[in-house]
Design a protein around this ligand. Structure first.
Ligand code: ATP
Ligand code: MG
Length: 427
């Protein structure tokens, strides 16, 4: 039969790597809890209109990256989520979570974008997303940055490994003014614009600033800057934010071209860029998106958030050698000879009930190959159960690294191991 393989750009995460993910997710959970964020889980599939309305019609994602399909059973137009903010906000509004209340939410999960697969860019990838809703800022804007810097620090990514870029996108009126000037400017340089840019010129010229086309970099660099169109209130928000960051000792670079690939942002926006991943260097990105709540049918309110690309963080951590070694199984139980199986089951269960991670020999492998297996599993302890042990109600405890072994009565096994391994009893 012909093999059926995974869909291009969608990866399996096998046991040799999945422990990295479990480890990283545990770091995330501890970190998020320490800032008071709560988990939210929304569907992977949403009504297509949700993404068009929130991300914006003239964006890379909506124009060419969405997995959109018609449900053949009822004709619904659905999309696999390309990002998590739209679904989260939809749920928050649908369940009225902002009624007299603020929310600090996080989620983790697969996102889908039909992009050209390469290192750090996939068609199914994972994001950790954080959304703080109901806070006007700019204090929350600073806490959001502080907490991300704290995460890098916890993971062993130093300030030299990742650069924080920030910008201020102002409000709708300021952006409209900037937009007019941008159009005028680009119209004077039509010859340099590529096809994408020409198409976007009168629809969403801000997107042109986000171009990755090298031939347009100089043009874009000299384009009118949004910052020069900001009014007092936006400038005050931006200045206060920068001032907070400086006081907190956080280094940042102002990037006037940072516009983000989604339409819903206003005021503060930021990206954390790792030097080691080239064009796929953005580890995390986000900003304020106050208008989106109203856009999706909620009452006017405040919102800020960011998303972290988990594969890119893992790639960075691998390059920096910051991922802990795969933990071995604590105890392997070997048995050989007649009637040794039931004591083997008993010892394994006893240890598991006391918090140990145990793998027991199953099947009839030779004693030698069982010991090899114990070593291959990187286990600290191998229990050996032969016919003599069964008669004496004992097990032979072999410490794999220490080259030491000792017969221990089954009834005393847990105490013995607890104290030998200097372990805090998990009873
Ligand atoms: P890029 O400029 O690299 O395309 P983006 O602006 O499209 O990124 P966001 O929509 O802001 O990315 O998503 C937040 C984070 O999710 C990114 O910074 C990145 O780490 C990760 N990410 C985005 N797209 C992909 C992808 N196709 N594969 C892997 N990770 C991704
Ligand atoms: Mg993108």
């Amino acid at each position: 039969m012909q093999k059926i393989n995974a869909v291009k750009g969608m990866n399996d995460i096998l046991p040799e790597h999945s422990y990295n993910w479990l480890w990283l997710e545990e770091q995330f959970r501890v970190w998020l809890a320490s800032y008071g964020y709560e988990n939210i889980r929304t569907p992977i599939v949403e009504d297509t209109r949700l993404f068009i309305r929130s991300i914006g019609e003239i964006t890379d994602i909506v124009e060419k990256e969405m997995y959109t399909f018609t449900d053949s059973l009822n004709g619904d137009n659905l999309t696999l989520r390309p990002e998590g903010t739209a679904g989260t906000l939809r749920a928050v509004i649908e369940h009225n979570l902002l009624y007299n209340s603020t929310q600090k939410l996080w989620y983790i999960g697969q996102m889908f974008r039909h992009e050209r697969p390469q290192k750090g860019r996939y068609r199914q990838f994972y994001q950790l997303g954080v959304e703080a809703l109901g806070f006007k800022g700019p204090d929350i804007d600073s806490e959001i940055i502080l907490m991300q810097q704290d995460l890098w620090h916890r993971l062993g990514i130093s300030a030299n490994d990742v650069e924080l870029q920030i910008n201020c996108l102002g409000n709708k009126i300021e952006r409209a003014l900037h937009r007019e000037n941008l159009i005028k400017y680009f119209e004077q340089h039509l010859d340099i614009l590529d096809e994408d840019a020409r198409r976007r010129l009168h629809k969403n010229p801000l997107r042109i600033l986000d171009t990755k086309n090298p031939a347009m970099q100089n043009l874009v660099l000299d384009a009118p800057k949004l910052i020069d169109h900001l009014g007092d209130e936006s400038l005050e928000h931006y200045t206060q934010w920068k001032c907070n960051l400086t006081n907190l000792g956080i280094k940042f670079v102002e990037n006037p071209r940072l516009v983000r690939g989604l339409d819903y942002y206003n005021l503060s926006v930021f990206e954390w860029v790792s030097a080691s991943l080239g064009a796929q260097g953005t580890l995390a990105a986000g900003g304020r998106y106050d208008p989106l709540i109203e856009e999706l049918g909620g009452k006017p309110n405040y919102a800020i958030g960011f998303a972290i690309g988990i594969e890119r963080v893992l790639l960075t951590l691998q390059e920096l050698n910051k991922i802990p070694l795969k933990p071995g199984v604590e105890v392997f139980v070997a048995n050989y000879g007649a009637n040794t199986q039931s004591l083997s089951f008993k010892a394994a269960m006893l240890l598991r009930q006391n918090g140990y991670h145990v793998i027991q020999n199953l099947g009839d492998s030779s004693f030698k190959s069982q010991l090899k297996r114990a070593a291959g599993l990187n286990s600290r302890v191998c229990l050996i159960i032969g016919e003599t042990e069964v008669v004496n109600k004992q097990v032979m405890v072999k410490f794999m690294e220490e080259q030491h072994q000792e017969a221990v009565p089954v009834d005393n096994l847990v105490n013995y191991l607890d104290s030998y391994l200097n372990r805090i009893t998990k009873k």
